[in-house]
Design a protein around this ligand. Structure first.
Ligand SMILES: *Cc1c(COP(=O)(O)O)cnc(C)c1O
Length: 394
């Protein structure tokens, strides 16, 4: 007899991902919103600042050009990749061959997830920082590989301790993920850390994937280095970039990967089988962004710097312990009063109407911290501080 429902189970690989800790929080957030509570959302790393108008203008023009209506090329417009390589030379002094050493991505998240499918097999080991951006882990797990977590601790400046990776693990590892300036901790590095990483990678024959999504969001005199600035790095590594954070373009979905031709070939092979590239009009707008980068970025940087200075000072005046990050738009804040990061997040939500992210959602070493994203304006940050002042913790 014909049944009335389908008897199926989801693929087992989905069950291998850790439980999504933000789901319960999302549910409570929605409930409060429905009740009409005025929530201040410092939870998501999604800029409120509009995309600079020259970029939008270029999209509008390019959207009228019927040349752009057909399938784009898989690896991206050559003109976009040439613009990437020009910017890399200006900014980092690194020269890249646009045909072979640059690939356009549908946002860097897409490439970050797919590169593991091109490079990792079942049984391979991937070194993954925690707390960290969850996609490194998801990519490895979907590829059937085994993650080994490198914990990022405050006493080591939120850098992985390479010496602490057991040598039997290092010998088995095929790939390592890094991300500086770092989400969620706001930590940043100098080039000597990358030199150490390259040394380690050659010793143990490990591919390095570096996520440089926050390269341009740095303050004061600090400018984030590229991993590829180290001698020998380009032979063993790939660097992932996003236009999302630098140019407030999260919804546009454009990023790129640069580095070793052979490693990028593995990524391209996956991509030709699962996607058909980025709408060319968006790549045209991306060219405009990269071309005008030095003119557009200072203003965006200044917005976040002011928010950072204002909010950190305000928190310190309230007696909270927080450092002043020199990059990213995140504050990684120690939870006061011995609460767990999840409980404290609930308290802020229920009693102050403030949404933050519990550190533990990024990995077990994030316990004891919350992440605040400075993606609302100073007026709302002031309101948040006023509400926090009223919060009495027993
Ligand atoms: C936001 C973010 C990304 C994703 O950027 P898209 O280009 O929008 O996909 C990648 N890595 C980190 C660490 C991020 O915070």
């Amino acid at each position: 007899m014909r049944g009335t429902s389908l008897n199926f189970s989801k693929a087992k690989r989905l069950g291998k991902l850790p439980p999504y800790l933000f789901a319960e929080l999302d549910r409570r957030k929605r409930k409060l919103k429905e009740k009409g509570i005025d929530l201040i959302d410092l939870g998501v790393g999604d800029p409120d600042v509009p995309t600079p108008s020259p970029i939008v203008a270029r999209l509008v023009e390019a959207a009228k050009d019927s040349c752009n209506y057909r399938y784009p090329s898989y690896e991206g417009l050559l003109s976009f990749r040439e613009e990437v390589s020009r910017w890399y030379l200006r900014r980092f002094g690194v020269s890249l061959e646009p045909e072979k050493e640059v690939v356009t991505l549908i946002g860097s998240k897409e490439g970050i997830a797919h590169v593991s499918l091109g490079l990792l097999d079942a049984g391979d080991l991937a070194l993954i920082p925690e707390p960290g951006y969850p996609v490194y882990q998801a990519g490895a797990v979907f590829a059937g590989a085994e993650p080994f977590y490198m914990s990022l601790k405050e006493d080591n400046g939120f850098l992985p301790c390479l010496q602490d990776i057991p040598s039997h693990v290092a010998s088995r590892a095929k790939l390592m993920w890094l991300n500086y300036p770092n989400n969620p901790t706001g930590a940043s590095v100098e080039i000597d850390f990358f030199q150490e990483v390259v040394e380690f990678a050659y010793n143990f024959n490990i591919i390095i994937c570096h996520d440089l999504a926050y390269s341009e969001l740095s303050y004061d005199d600090y400018r984030a280095p590229s991993f590829l600035q180290v001698d020998g790095a380009k032979e063993i590594g790939v660097e992932f970039h996003s236009l999302s954070k630098s140019f407030c373009m999260t919804g546009w979905r454009i990023g790129y990967a640069v580095g070793s031709k052979d490693l990028l070939d593995a990524l391209k092979e996956v991509k030709t089988n699962v996607d058909s590239g980025v709408f060319q009009a968006i790549q045209e707008a991306g060219i405009e962004a990269l071309r005008l980068q030095e003119n557009l970025i200072p203003e965006i940087r200044e917005i976040y710097r002011k928010r950072r200075d204002f909010f950190v000072q305000g928190l310190r005046d309230l007696g909270w312990e927080t450092s002043l990050p020199r990059a990213t738009f995140y504050l990684w804040i120690k939870v006061p009063g011995g609460y767990s990061s999840f409980d404290f997040t609930q308290i802020l939500l229920e009693r102050c109407g403030i949404v933050v992210t519990p550190g533990v959602g990024f990995g077990p070493s994030g316990e004891g911290y919350i992440r605040v994203a400075l993606t609302v304006d100073e007026k709302r940050l002031k309101e948040a501080l006023d509400r926090l002042e009223e919060l009495k913790l027993e």
